[in-house]
Ligand binder design. Structure first.
Ligand SMILES: [Ca+2]
Ligand SMILES: [Ca+2]
Ligand SMILES: [Ca+2]
Length: 171
């Protein structure tokens, strides 16, 4: 066994030297409505760096679609340890057209984080590094959406998840 040690050390050295890369999952055109998710991209430049998240949908919409007064929502789920349970849920809503992310869970609620909507189908946000929803090391995330209309195909609420099962592991 002793002979295999240098190989292990060599592989570890490569792993440590690799720059952090973006993790992403494309999501198909699998639900009706404006909040049909198409892509989630997440990355951390270092283990204790901010977690940057980009969410895209297949359709374009105005920030007011996510008004806190309405039923439409985009949620970010955070699993920050080794089990499969979600510890924190971030809810994206808008007030007077300005988007924010409110993260709650494990008995805590955090200050609203800024969310940008640089084009009609993209949401971008940043979770501070070394914070409960983005602890040092690996964090697993998934995104859910709900789009509800008064009549028609989404009157019961059209819901999407990306990835459809499991989560995106970012470290
Ligand atoms: Ca989708
Ligand atoms: Ca967990
Ligand atoms: Ca999906």
């Amino acid at each position: 066994m002793r002979r295999s040690l240098p190989i292990v050390a060599f592989i570890l050295a490569i792993a440590l030297a690799s720059p952090a890369s973006a993790e992403e999952v494309a999501d198909p055109d699998d639900v009706k409505g404006k909040l049909d998710l198409s892509l989630v991209v997440a990355n951390k430049s270092d283990t204790d760096a901010p977690l940057r998240i980009r969410i895209e949908t297949h359709e374009n919409w105005a920030a007011s679609l996510l008004s806190w007064k309405g039923k439409n929502r985009v949620w970010i789920l955070f699993n920050v340890d080794n089990d499969t349970n979600i510890e924190y849920v971030g809810t994206i809503t808008s007030a007077k057209g300005k988007l924010g992310l409110n993260i709650e869970g494990s008995g805590s609620a955090f200050e609203t984080l800024r969310v940008r909507h640089p084009d009609g189908h993209t949401l971008k946000t940043k979770i501070p590094g070394d914070s409960p929803p983005n602890p040092e090391g690996t964090v697993r995330i998934a995104v859910r959406s709900r789009y509800k209309t008064k009549t028609g195909g989404c009157s019961e609420g059209c819901r999407d998840r990306a990835p459809n099962g499991g989560s995106l592991a970012v470290s």
